[in-house]
Structures are given as structure tokens and as C-alpha cells.
Design a protein around this ligand. Sequence first.
Ligand code: SAM
Length: 280
Amino acid sequence: MAEKSLPVTSVWLTCQQPARDQRRGRYVPETSAHPGKMLPNLAAHAISSFTAPGDLVFDPMAGSGTTLVEAMHLGRNALGIDIEPRFTALAEKNITLASAQGATGTAKVITGDATRLLDLVPASAVGQVALVLTSPPYGRGTHGLVRVNSSGVRKRGHLYGDRERGNLAYAGWFRLLDGFATILAASYELLCPGGIVVITCRPVRRRRDDLIDLPGELLNVARSTGLVPVQRCAAMLAAVRDGQIVHRASMFGLMAVRRTRAEGVPVHLIAHEDVLVLRR
Ligand SMILES: C[S@@+](CC[C@H](N)C(=O)[O-])C[C@H]1O[C@@H](n2cnc3c(N)ncnc32)[C@H](O)[C@@H]1O
């Protein structure tokens, strides 16, 4: 891995354009069916900050392939895993599109349970990964597409599909954290010396007034694998214009916040995602 100094900025302006505009033409339209996609600009910012062209980027929970596609466009190579075949099929389509658009990097995605990732990835990847960039599945309230029609506001695409085979989206908090610890410990083996892990996540509201500090929990999990925290940043989910935050919340999100506030709970719209940066 080429040595790069860590950027000093702690707030990443990753949503100056709406997410759909970031993906339009760069991802196949079916990508909207994935319930919890990473912002392309967030992935691109992490990849260009922490790797150099030719480096290998790994995402053990690759979903629709955002990490892989953005790595390819930046001339990096990428390897991903997802447990759901329909998502790896989607990621493959996005990889094919990126190649067709002239991306100079290459990418491969594997279907399987990343808690056993060392059995899935080629042995040649061990010790070669410059950046692990990933986001665990959590909180259906944070995901999904909203459509308004004559019968009201409807949410779709906010559920993961495969309940039976180790999908951590359905695991409950303790099993999610245990599974994520196993995945990170195995990912550690893939990292080159000094390699970086970037985890994006946000706090999750479980009941009306119960906010789970998922970023704090994931940081503890990551430290327990031997990774050393080097930065904690905020990736914007809102735009910043003339020093003011311009929210990009869906109508569903706005309505949920208004309803909860009307019930006396002082919740706010979420405007950023936590970015945990750790080093091997
Ligand atoms: C938050 S999503 C990642 C989205 C991705 N960054 C993107 O932009 O599309 C988390 C992904 O983890 C996958 N997943 C859940 N449990 C898994 C496991 N045990 N092994 C591999 N993937 C898993 C889910 O299928 C889901 O696609």
C-alpha cells in the first residue's frame, strides 16, 4: 500500500447531491431495491483518502456493490462478499456497468457468509488489503424507499430477504455484534500492515425513546479485534449550503420525527452517519 497521510477533515461532505443523483447512470436501476446502501460519495471519499491506485479494497458485506464500484472508478481493485445471492447478482451487474463505463479497477463479488470469509476469499488476498470499507445491516427505520400515492405514504425495499442463513440483519443486537466481531477479526487477517478499516453506521432508535449507540458498540467490537482507532468522522447525509444544513430526509422520515416530537420525545432528523476509522 502506498503511504498516505490521514486527512485532517472530520466532516465529510458526502451528500451535496441527493443519493439518487449520485447513483443515476452509475448504478443499474434495480439497485434501488437494496434496503441499506452506502452513499457512493462516502465510499469514494474513504477510498481516495485511505488508498492509492492499484490497492485492494475489501467489503465483507458488500450489498449492491457500492464499495466495489467506487473502488473500480478510482483505479483500485476490489473484493466483496454478501450473504444474499440477489444482492451479489445486483453487485455483479453494477461491476459490469462500471467496467463498461471505463473504470480502470477490477472487482469480484462472492456469495457467502462473511463470518467464514477466510474460507471464501482467495488465499492470495491474505495480507494484501489496503482498506476494509463496510457498513453492517441495522435498523429497518433507517432504510427503504418511500412512495406517496393516493392511498398514502408507503415504504418499500426496507427489508432484507434471507432470514434463515446467518443474515445479521435479523440477528438481534448481541448476535449482530458477535457476527460483526467474527467478520472483523477475519478481515484483520486480510489487511496489509498499516491497513485501514472504515466502518459507517449510525445510532438506531429501537423504541420511541430508546436510542442504541451502535457506533460506540461497533467501536468496542473493532478494538477487541486488535484494531487501533485513528479517527472518528461524520459523513453528511444532508447537504451543507452557505453554512446551513439542508436536510435530505424522506417524507417518511420527516413524518416519523414530527409524530414522535408531537408525542413529547425531542428527536431530531439524522443528518450524518458516524465513520469509524481504525488501523491494523
Ligand atoms: C448495510 S448493507 C451493505 C450495503 C452496501 N454497502 C451497499 O452500498 O449496498 C449490509 C449487507 O450485509 C449483508 N449481510 C448480512 N449478514 C451477512 C453475513 N453474515 N455475511 C455477508 N453479508 C451479510 C446483507 O445482505 C446486506 O446486503
